[in-house]
Structures are given as C-alpha cells and as structure tokens.
Design a protein around this ligand. Structure first.
Ligand code: SLL
Length: 213
C-alpha cells in the first residue's frame, strides 16, 4: 500500500533591499531581490519547484517575471515599496500552484537603531509546502537525504551573496529543540529530587508519629 503520509517542505518567501547610497538616481535608490528559497541552506528547491512567477508593480517592465530554476528570484532597482504577487509551480502536475503575496520593503522601520541603517532590509517569512498526495517520484526526491552539491552551487542559498543576511530557520529550530530538551532533562531531574525529599520527610513524620503513639 502506498505511504499516505503528507510531506512538508520548509521554504522562505522574502525580499532583501540594499540602499545604493547618495549618488544613486532618484528613482533607483535601492537594489532589491525578491525570492523563494528553501529553508535548508544546502537544499536545491528546483528538485520540486518548476517555476516561480513574480508579478511586480507596472512601473517595472515587464511586470511579470518568471524564474525557471533556482535561485528563484528577481533583482531590480527602484525607489518604492509595493505588493508582489508570487505564484509557485511544482514539477508534480498533480500539485496545484501556490499563490502568495509579499510586501516589498526597502526602508528600515522608523524605530530601527542607527547602526542598522547600513544593513540591507530583509523582510521574509517561513512557511511550508504540504504535499498531501505526492507522486512516487516526488516522494522519492523529497525523502532523499540532502547531499551537499558542488561547492558554489548557485541553486543552494548557502553560497548566495545574500546568505549572510538570511535566517537559517532549520538551524534556529534545531537550536530551540536542543534547548527545550535540555530544559526537560533539568526539570525531570529536579522533580525526581523533590519526590525523593518528600519520601524522606514522610518517613520521618511516620517515625515521629509512631514514637508518640
Ligand atoms: C508607492 N505604490 O507609491 C507605490 C508604488 C512603485 C515603485 C511604488 C520602479 C522604478 C522606477 C519603482 O520603484 N516603482 O520607477 O523606475 O510607493
């Protein structure tokens, strides 16, 4: 019988924007990239994603851009922030395309500390694709261990020029899970210690009660 477990793939939809500084054209104050990347820095998302289309503001021509292999991204220059509609298509024809909105951010929030001004502005969110009825081929691909590809493989974001500004959600998750495990272990030890102390006190009480009766 076929394995009926759904498969989850963590991914990130976001944008990164660098200020081009004072010498830049008025209408090209920033260079930005909007992207769909795998959560895992070593994973090639083109194993399961066939194409991503980004629908930009009509001041950018042509507004519809298709990215047909990893990295799934579009880089542009401009001055303004706007909403980008993103469609993600999969190799598996049974999987319906996913449509999402992303708010492009170029400017740091007003309350950002001054030291952050030179950094690019990253706006991104983690999400998961859920494949409920993946084909055998997709299941095989998604279940395979991630083997680090050739060094500088442009399809994995580990080697992207933006990588140092990006969050490794997988590593963050693992670190949190390890920390939780540590806390559980400590609490269990403390509980055992407390119940041992309680037993000793109860025995002492019983002994005293016996002597008094
Ligand atoms: C705004 N609603 O008014 C937005 C629109 C459009 C920004 C922003 C393209 C570059 C160019 C560009 O930055 N468009 O115009 O050459 O803030």
């Amino acid at each position: 019988m076929a394995d009926e477990q759904p498969l989850h793939k963590g991914f990130v939809l976001g944008s990164i924007a660098y200020s081009l500084g004072k010498k830049a054209d008025d209408n090209k104050s920033h260079e930005w990239t909007v992207y769909v990347r795998a959560a895992n820095p070593e994973e090639d998302p083109s194993l399961y994603i066939r194409k991503v289309t980004f629908h930009l503001h009509p001041t950018l021509q042509p507004p519809s851009r298709a990215s047909e292999t990893a990295p799934f991204e579009v880089t542009e220059q401009g001055w303004g922030e706007f909403e980008i509609s993103v469609q993600i298509f999969f190799h598996d024809s049974k999987e319906r395309p996913v449509e999402m909105m992303h708010q492009l951010r170029l400017y740091p929030p007003n309350d950002a500390p001054a030291s952050q001004v030179a950094k690019p502005v990253v706006a991104e969110r983690y999400d998961e694709f859920v494949f409920n009825t993946p084909s055998d081929a997709l299941r095989t691909k998604l279940s395979a261990d991630i083997v680090p590809g050739p060094k500088d493989n442009p399809k994995v974001w580990k080697y992207s020029p933006h990588a140092k500004w990006w969050t490794d959600y997988d590593a963050e998750y693992d670190a949190r899970t390890d920390r939780l495990q540590e806390i559980y272990t400590q609490i269990t030890a403390q509980l055992q210690e407390a119940s041992k102390r309680r037993r000793i006190l109860e025995e002492e009480n019983e002994a005293i009660a016996k002597r008094q009766s």
